[in-house]
Write a protein that binds this ligand. Structure first.
Ligand code: ZN
Length: 404
């Protein structure tokens, strides 16, 4: 504890504490004081936040709440602002997850479009090898061209969560995200965060639902069909695999993971939409059911987790009812369903698009596991800025005209 500084804060002074992360210099560790939930200890380094995360080695009266890192100037400003009880109007976050925490577990190629089916299968098996009894991998069936589609199961908690990626073959970002996430959750399973998700959720993830499209870099499957317009006809083996997965699991929450046109932009800022979110309607009338309100809370969980990375680059889509899409169908089956689209982001920017969406999904899973999402106000969804699709002519050339 030499050369470190401690500041006792009350809950209101913690407000707004966690913003954008910078490289650790110095690190800040926020500890919640046992049996006094409104009292926090802010500890400012130098120390190694990696080793401090999850427990307080010096004092058992404190439990881990969060850690972040700031420039020295910024940290000094927070100390001055924080004594006593100065808030900025933002809500404190229970866990602020830094990409630096997850990065050591990132095993997907830095460019997700390079991840093809054969390597995906190899990497999944590699993850499973570290504790094969603890990670269930199920062969659900095969694509048109005979590529195996797998489901990965994690956790044993009451919240049933289904995630699938790349039903459009040329939309690879979230396959890399899911691969990195399962590697973190499985291999770092003794960490507080992973344990919390394991205890709170039963997760089933299907990475790369359209492996033939991924191989060719096409939106459609090998039949030339759009799997996300096949939820009713079920003409594609991949669509049937997803339908069976939903029917047998009956998830409470579902995540439909896509890429959008990188030229789509945010209405209020004109910036590229790095993150677009949507709650697919449950019916053509757009009924605001309790489940829809729950899905909006899930969106807000995601948005809040990534806001510090790409504040001006997060939007939501107009939710036009699409009868033949899977999002709508699964919403109707009773799962609070959310569409997540990764979009435009410079390839060399840190954190990367994969990092942003990994943090978003991990924080959202944690929010589901701990019921933190329940307290969020669904009205926040309706006040999000809109994602504006790029003009359809150019979008056609890029192969993606619609949300989903
Ligand atoms: Zn898509």
């Amino acid at each position: 504890m030499d050369d470190s500084l401690e500041v006792i804060l009350n809950k209101s002074s913690v407000s707004g504490l966690f913003g954008c992360g910078h490289r650790p210099r110095p690190a800040i560790l926020l500890l919640k004081v046992d049996r006094q939930p409104d009292v926090f200890l802010l500890r400012i380094g130098p120390f190694d936040p990696m080793s401090a995360m999850g427990r307080d080695q010096d004092n058992p009266r404190y439990s881990f709440s969060s850690w972040a890192s700031y420039s020295e100037t910024r940290a000094s400003g927070y100390i001055e602002d924080s004594i006593p009880g100065v808030g900025t109007g933002h809500q404190p976050r229970n866990v602020f997850i830094m990409w630096e925490r997850l990065e050591p577990y990132a095993i997907a190629p830095l460019d997700p479009s390079l991840l093809k089916h054969a390597e995906l299968v190899q990497l999944i098996k590699q993850v499973q090898a570290d504790g094969p009894d603890l990670l269930n991998i199920v062969h659900l069936g095969d694509s048109v061209e005979g590529r195996a589609i797998h489901r990965i199961d994690f956790g044993g908690g009451p919240k049933k969560v289904l995630l699938w990626s790349q039903m459009h073959g040329d939309e690879p970002t979230h396959t890399a995200v899911l691969l990195n996430l399962i590697n973190y959750l499985h291999r770092a399973r003794r960490e507080v965060l992973a344990e919390s998700i394991r205890a709170g959720c039963t997760i089933q993830m299907i990475p790369m639902l359209n492996p033939d499209g991924a191989e060719q870099g096409t939106r459609q499957n090998a039949q030339g069909l759009d799997i996300n317009r096949d939820a009713r006809q079920l003409e594609t083996p991949e669509g049937r695999i997803l339908k069976r997965a939903v029917d047998s699991f009956q998830p409470e929450f579902a995540f439909n993971l896509h890429n959008q046109n990188p030229r789509n932009s945010i209405s209020t800022t004109g910036q590229p939409a790095a993150v677009s979110l949507m709650v697919p309607p449950v019916d053509p009338e757009g009924s605001q059911t309790e489940q829809i309100r729950t899905a909006k809370k899930v969106v807000i969980s995601f948005m809040r987790a990534v806001d510090c990375y790409c504040h001006a680059c997060i939007g939501r889509y107009t939710a036009d009812y699409m009868h033949e899409a899977f999002g709508e169908t699964i919403q109707q089956q009773g799962a609070a369903t959310v569409l997540v689209e990764a979009g435009g982001w410079p390839a060399d920017r840190t954190p990367s698009l994969v990092a942003i969406h990994s943090v978003g999904l991990l924080a959202t899973l944690e929010s589901l596991a701990t019921d933190a999402y329940v307290r969020l106000d669904p009205a926040g969804y309706d006040s999000m800025p809109m994602t504006i699709p790029h003009d359809s002519k150019t979008s056609n050339e890029l192969g993606e005209t619609h949300a989903q």
